[in-house]
Structures are given as structure tokens and as C-alpha cells.
Design a protein around this ligand. Structure first.
Ligand SMILES: Cc1ncc(COP(=O)(O)O)c(C=O)c1O
Length: 374
């Protein structure tokens, strides 16, 4: 059986978890959380960052920080996870779905300006498969039209765009450390703020709307209710897991990229024979080996492939079912034909098994199965 995903857990994760249990806090913001912040600064130069309970809640915090309100519009790709849209739908803001580029399957930046209205407040863009969007152009559009940009970098920790790290490419970057991501804490995430000025409010929003953080820092002797907020900080036990994973940052990155490269090399003959299209990464992007996705000639071929791979013990995964034509998207008034490229590629894209401890023999096995079936 080749699973679709499998976290890489070693004695280090075990040791830190047990240590946190006995020597740190069970609640949030303990010693391991602080260590994770230092690691992120060392690895990516990130300074203003807060761990959250998930990638989803990091995205929700961004919506709160920019005060999205009913009637506001947010431009967002439909080819993403429900969390990207739910984050601002919860504030009453409306999604305006933007179609994707056929190469990276990221939001097509050339369509964004055509979707801007007087009510547009923000762009939530998504670094699909760990490949950052065209952030220079998205940033230019946002500046010209006075919009916020939130980068959903849930899958993209460690990738770079023109030498800059994913998650730092706009005002707000959101990571996920869900067990399916490259670096995991079970359930968890982080919000990265490009400006110090957002930090104080972000800490309050994350602590149920209170200034508890200021009290813990000795800046006040009691804490009280200051703002809207929720319970967004994760247990230090989970931060201990993440701390171990980030200590193994280079090892995990190298292993995932080796699996990705092996797929890419071995799938070339199938691409040349017109059986599938391999993953596409622009030259100015260095990806983090998060996902290997192929595009098949038709949805029918994809369905057959998923079933036949499963029968052979290999679990391939349909990554995103487009949101605009999903039941909720349709309820919001969207129709399949509103994002034709998303609809087309969304029906044909397939994610192959990829995890750090996957062996090259297993990659061979998946490629052999693909060759046989296709
Ligand atoms: C693009 C994207 N955004 C957000 C999320 C949500 O992250 P989490 O599962 O940590 O809430 C995911 C999760 O898988 C994702 O792929």
C-alpha cells in the first residue's frame, strides 16, 4: 500500500513532545512556541509571526485584522480549499472568483483588474502546490487600487519567488502545519505580518480579544477585553512537534524534493507520449516539494486512473474540487462557466503520493502503475 501522505516522525519529535509535557506549558505561548519563532526568523527572516490553531484560523485572523465587513468583496481563486473563502465569508464579505492559469494552476493575475469593483477590499491568493503566485504583479495591482493582499501559503513553507520566501510576499502570509503539510504539528498554522504595526492587535485577536499577552509580558498587571477575537493560539505541546520538524527543515526539504525530482524525471516519457502533463514550476520559483500534480487528458481518464491505482494499492488524490461550482459556490450564485479554466483543469488534475520518507522504489512503483494503466 502506498499512502497519499505520511508525516515523518522521529525520536526528536517524541523527545520534544515529552519534554513539553513535563517542562513547558500545556496552553499556548510556552517555550517551544518561542523557539519556533526564533527558527522562523533564522530560516526565513520572518520577525512578526504568531502560531495559530490551523491554517484556516490564520486566514480568519487576516480577515479580522483588515476589518472585512458585510458587502465587501474579496478576489480569490476558486481552485483552493474551502478555508481560503470561509475565512472572509465568516465576516460577511463576498468572494469574487478569479480563474486560474493553465500552467501553475495559480490565480491568473491578468484577470484580477477586470474583477475589481468599488467594493473590492482584498485579494486572497493561494500558492497552489507550494508554488507562489505572480506576487509582483498582484502587489502592483493591490497598490494601484488600494487593496490588501493575503497570501495563503498553507502549502508553501520554504518555497521562494524571485529569491523571497513564500508567506512573506504580501502584508499577511498564512501557513498550515496540518499533518498533510511539509512541516507538521498535527493541526496548526501561523500568520506572518509584514508590518510590526499589526502585531499588537493580532495578539489581542488571537487571545479571545484580550490583552493577556501584554500581561504575560509584564506590561500590565491585569488583562481585559479590548477587541473582537477568538481562541487562536495552539498548545505548546503542538509547538514542540513543530519545533522538532523545523530543526529537521533541511532534511525534510531535501527528501521531498528528491521524491518530486524522481517523479518529474520518470514521468517524462508519459508526457512525451501525450498521456499526461507534468507539474509546471516557473523559473523564478524554487518550490518546496510539497506536491506532485499531473494533468490528465480528461476527467474520465482521471476517474479511471484513481480507481485503478487504488486497486493496485496506491492512493492518489483529487486535490481541489473547484469552489465556485461546488454546492456552496452555486448557492452564492456562481455557475460552472464563470471560471472555465478552473472547471477544466480542476476536473483533470491529480495529486500523486508524496511524503518525505517515500522511497525511490515506491516512486518507480507508482510510475510503473501509471504507465501500465495509461
Ligand atoms: C490552500 C489551503 N489553504 C488553507 C488550508 C487550511 O489549512 P488547515 O488545514 O491547517 O486549516 C489548506 C489545507 O489543507 C490549504 O490547502
Amino acid at each position: 500500500m502506498i499512502p497519499f501522505n505520511q508525516p515523518t516522525i522521529t525520536e526528536l519529535e517524541e523527545r520534544y513532545l515529552v519534554d513539553a509535557l513535563h517542562h513547558s506549558r500545556l496552553a499556548g505561548d510556552g517555550a517551544y512556541t518561542m523557539r519556533v519563532y526564533r527558527q522562523m526568523e533564522e530560516l526565513f527572516g520572518i520577525r512578526n509571526v504568531l502560531l495559530t490553531t490551523s491554517g484556516t484560523t490564520a486566514l480568519e485572523m487576516a480577515a479580522l485584522l483588515i476589518d472585512l465587513a458585510p458587502g465587501d468583496e474579496v478576489i480569490v481563486p476558486s481552485f483552493t480549499f474551502s478555508s481560503t473563502v470561509n475565512a472572509f465569508l465568516l465576516r460577511g464579505a463576498k468572494p469574487v472568483f478569479c480563474d486560474i492559469r493553465p500552467d501553475t494552476l495559480n490565480m491568473d493575475e491578468s484577470l484580477i483588474e477586470g474583477l475589481i469593483s468599488p467594493r473590492t477590499r482584498a485579494i486572497y491568493c493561494v500558492d497552489y502546490a507550494g508554488v507562489p503566485c505572480e506576487m509582483d504583479e498582484i502587489g502592483r495591482i493591490a497598490r494601484d487600487h488600494g487593496l490588501f493582499v493575503i497570501e495563503d501559503a498553507a502549502q508553501a513553507m520554504g518555497s521562494t519567488y524571485k529569491g523571497r520566501y513564500a508567506g512573506t510576499l504580501s502584508e499577511f502570509g498564512c501557513f498550515s502545519f496540518h499533518e498533510t503539510k511539509n512541516y507538521v504539528m498535527g493541526e496548526g498554522g501561523a500568520i506572518v505580518l509584514d508590518q510590526e504595526k499589526y502585531m499588537e492587535r493580532a495578539e489581542i485577536i488571537r487571545e479571545k480579544g484580550t490583552n493577556r499577552r501584554q500581561m504575560l509580558d509584564g506590561l500590565t498587571d491585569k488583562y481585559t477585553w479590548h477587541d473582537i477575537g477568538s481562541s487562536f493560539l495552539p498548545s505548546d505541546l503542538l509547538a514542540a512537534l513543530l519545533c522538532a520538524q523545523l530543526e529537521r527543515y533541511d532534511e525534510i526539504m531535501a527528501k521531498r524534493r528528491a521524491v518530486w525530482d524522481a517523479y518529474h524525471q520518470r514521468l517524462r516519457p508519459l508526457e512525451e507520449a501525450g498521456k499526461l502533463r507534468r507539474a509546471m514550476v516557473p523559473e523564478h520559483v524554487v518550490h518546496n516539494g510539497h506536491m506532485y500534480n499531473i494533468v490528465l487528458p480528461s476527467e474520465a481518464v482521471r476517474s479511471r486512473l484513481v480507481a485503478e491505482l487504488k486497486a493496485r494499492g496506491t492512493l492518489a488524490f483529487i486535490c481541489y474540487v473547484p469552489l465556485h461550482s461546488a454546492p456552496m459556490g452555486r448557492r452564492l450564485g456562481w455557475r460552472a462557466e464563470d471560471c472555465p479554466i478552473t472547471e477544466d483543469y480542476g476536473g483533470r488534475a491529480l495529486r500523486l503520493p508524496l511524503y518525505a520518507d517515500m522511497t525511490l522504489e515506491q516512486v518507480e512503483q507508482v510510475v510503473d502503475q501509471l504507465t501500465e494503466i495509461l
